[in-house]
Design a protein around this ligand. Structure first.
Ligand SMILES: *Cc1c(COP(=O)(O)O)cnc(C)c1O
Length: 475
């Protein structure tokens, strides 16, 4: 039996720990300061633990303070702190556009474009025609206009920036009329009333939560009105007795008063979803054709590209937005332009878009394929847990990212229900956040669920390996 004073004396010094072969080796690969810090932290944490025992009775007799053991822990700590903070992971949740997990993974052609542009000089603001200064906006405008049918286009940092700048340009110190049913909050920080206030426009609410008619808008038009705003209720759905004014009708009314209609579409769908047995969503080109003067949407939701906010519409309005004082603060960089151009080019051939844009591939994955993949995943997982706890269950995947909130995409999950006396499922979920790569999954009724829809082909073996290690308590 040892008292805690002698245990403290037994703790190895930092120098001693750094001479352990494991840490000596690690210092060749990682910065010395990182390893040193990890060694120091490990010793400190043991010192705190020993001191907290205080009363000698409670000190476990078998506490292992050997330099080898502490070096092992310090090595794990050092590797962890030397690794990237932003890292790739496996999304087994089945939520396709997961805002917390980086939204849309990019198509291969976009990744290639990014890499090429990143490592080289390029014509970002240089005209190869004239040899003079060019505009960064020119690389995307024609393509976006061709796909949307709009007269002009400009790309900004994200859709929040797009809505903000459109309002700031058109309606600063004036009024914008919006239906009460469309005063939405998206993702916690984008709230229509707040964005409107920040842009300098005053919000004029019309209608009720569930019903707004054309006459409600008309009743509020005054000489202070600068525009109508229509917002797509991306992330919620109203059922029951509802009424909203469609884009064509609202544009008609706006134009009768010489006002522009701004439509915030949110997601940015360019393809006909019903063709793929998905619930309908308004397409960008439909809003343009219906007469919306400006349409804004995200680049990294259903469009499947990088983070961006795209504004399409009337030439004079887009031009004014481009030259707004704040446009530079909200503009996109060369990486976004490269990735967005490559993504948009895929849309010139619909089949290509559906096959090569990961978001669309996942949206249109056939249930058969998913069943086959869930089966093979379950089989591999049986190797770890035995056949008893593992099964394949029918379920649904979600679109996510504030798009198609009601859509249920039929899928099959590999499911693991561990016996009561085994590791707690929450513990498994936590450990899987720390594997390399981390695996994010669903946990329902104490069952671990893996949705193959968002697990890329080629990630299965890494996933199974991660699960194996998590189960064994390794990293
Ligand atoms: C998602 C969304 C936004 C915000 O778009 P970001 O690109 O995330 O800034 C704004 N409006 C609507 C309707 C949305 O769905």
């Amino acid at each position: 039996m040892s008292d805690y004073q002698s245990l403290l004396r037994e703790l190895p010094a930092v120098d001693r720990l750094l001479r352990e072969p494991l840490l000596a080796d690690l210092q060749k690969r990682l910065p010395r300061r990182v390893v040193l810090q990890a060694a120091q932290e490990t010793i400190d944490s043991y010192r705190r633990a020993i001191t907290s025992y205080g009363d000698a009775e409670k000190i476990p007799g078998n506490i292992d303070l050997s330099p080898t053991t502490l070096a092992g822990e310090a090595a794990i700590l050092a590797e962890k702190s030397a690794g990237s903070n932003l890292k790739t992971l496996i999304n087994a949740t089945g939520i396709i556009i997961h805002t917390n997990l980086g939204r849309a993974p990019l198509p291969e052609t976009a990744v290639q474009a990014l890499t090429g542009i990143a490592a080289n000089y390029n014509n970002l603001e240089y005209s190869l025609e004239s040899g003079g200064r060019g505009s960064r906006h020119d690389h995307l405008e024609e393509l976006i206009c061709e796909l949307s049918g709009a007269e002009a286009a400009v790309v900004l940092n994200n859709n929040a920036a797009a809505v903000f700048l459109a309002l700031n340009e058109i309606a600063s110190n004036k009024e914008v009329i919006v239906s009460r049913g469309q005063l939405v909050e998206i993702g916690g920080s984008f709230r229509i009333p707040d964005i409107m206030a920040a842009s300098g426009a005053s919000l004029v609410e019309v209608g009720t939560t569930n019903k707004t008619y054309l006459r409600d808008y008309e009743a509020k038009v005054s000489e202070n009105t600068a525009a109508f705003l229509k917002v797509h209720a991306s992330n919620y759905h109203m059922v029951g007795f509802t009424a909203a004014v469609d884009t064509a009708e609202l544009a008609g009314l706006a134009h009768r008063y010489g006002l522009p209609l701004i439509e915030d579409l949110g997601s940015g769908v360019l393809l006909d979803l019903e063709k793929y047995n998905l619930p309908p969503e308004p397409r960008v080109q439909d809003s343009v054709a219906a007469g919306a003067d400006l349409v804004t949407f995200s680049g990294d939701k259903m469009l499947g590209g990088p983070q961006a906010g795209i504004i399409v519409g009337r030439g004079d309005l887009v031009k004014a937005i481009r030259t707004n004082q704040l446009a530079r603060a909200l503009r996109v960089d060369k990486f976004i332009i490269a990735a967005l151009e490559a993504t948009l080019r895929l849309y010139l051939d619909e089949d290509k878009a559906v096959q090569e844009i990961p978001v669309w591939r996942m949206l249109t994955d056939a249930a058969d394929t998913l069943k086959r993949r869930a089966n093979s995943l379950a089989e591999a997982l049986s190797d770890i847990f035995g056949p008893e706890p593992v099964s394949v269950v029918k379920s649904v995947s979600r679109v996510g990212g504030g798009a198609l909130p009601m859509a249920e995409l039929p899928t099959y999950l590999a499911a693991v229900k561990l016996p009561e006396n085994d590791i707690h499922p929450e513990k498994m979920v936590e450990r899987l956040r720390h594997t390399n790569p981390p695996v994010i999954l669903r946990l329902q009724q104490d069952t671990l669920l893996f949705d193959p829809r968002t697990i890329f082909e080629g990630q299965e073996s890494a996933l199974v390996e991660a699960v194996r290690k998590a189960y064994l308590g390794q990293r």
